[in-house]
Design a protein around this ligand. Structure first.
Ligand SMILES: Cc1cc2nc3c(=O)[nH]c(=O)nc-3n(C[C@H](O)[C@H](O)[C@H](O)COP(=O)(O)O)c2cc1C
Length: 158
């Protein structure tokens, strides 16, 4: 996020856990009426996603997958608005307690396929294996530099 700001972009950090996001019910109301049957924070989030060029999507690994909060968010992309996602760019940021990147393979695989399906460009995946304690990653200069450069470079390339 600092790299993105210092490259001159306007940015906003959104914590999914602080939003009211209900799970998709596959009722297709959004396709019939243009509006989701849920009255929650997702419509405003979809508007923000539509207006921005680059999304940094972060989730820790929980049981080889993304968190429940992230999966609810992702399922809600099932909405006619996702047609406007074509050409968006994404950086994935994935911390995981396990010491090997392979524990993130289902999550990176899931997101690679979804992004590909929607013609969204995956700019870079920043994996942080072996981090269990909050803030511990701040001691890893190389990883922080990679994250900074990824954000900075993604804006400069726009
Ligand atoms: C419910 C739960 C499930 C987890 N499952 C995995 C797992 O399958 N593989 C793994 O490597 N780490 C697992 N972890 C560890 C988290 O990925 C790790 O603590 C992560 O760094 C948390 O990121 P955060 O500091 O941003 O919260 C799990 C943690 C929790 C709470």
């Amino acid at each position: 996020m600092r790299g993105i700001k210092e490259a001159g972009a306007l940015s906003e950090k959104i914590i999914l856990n602080e939003l009211k996001l209900n799970p998709c019910q596959a009722c297709n109301t959004c396709y019939k009426t243009g509006n989701c049957m849920h009255k929650d924070d997702m419509p405003a989030l979809l508007d923000k996603m539509e207006k921005s060029n680059l999304w940094v999507l972060g989730t820790p690994i929980y049981w080889w997958g993304p968190t429940a909060q992230f999966k609810i968010f992702l399922d809600r992309w099932y909405h006619p608005k996702h047609q406007s996602f074509k050409g968006k760019r994404v950086i994935l940021v994935i911390p995981l307690g396990g010491g090997h990147e392979r524990y993130a393979r289902h999550t990176t695989g899931l997101l690679t396929d979804v992004l590909n399906y929607l013609s969204i460009e995956l700019v870079e995946t920043v994996l942080a294996p072996g981090f269990n304690r909050r803030g511990e990653v701040k001691n890893n200069g190389n990883l922080l530099k990679k994250a900074y450069n990824t954000g900075f470079g993604a804006i400069k390339e726009l």
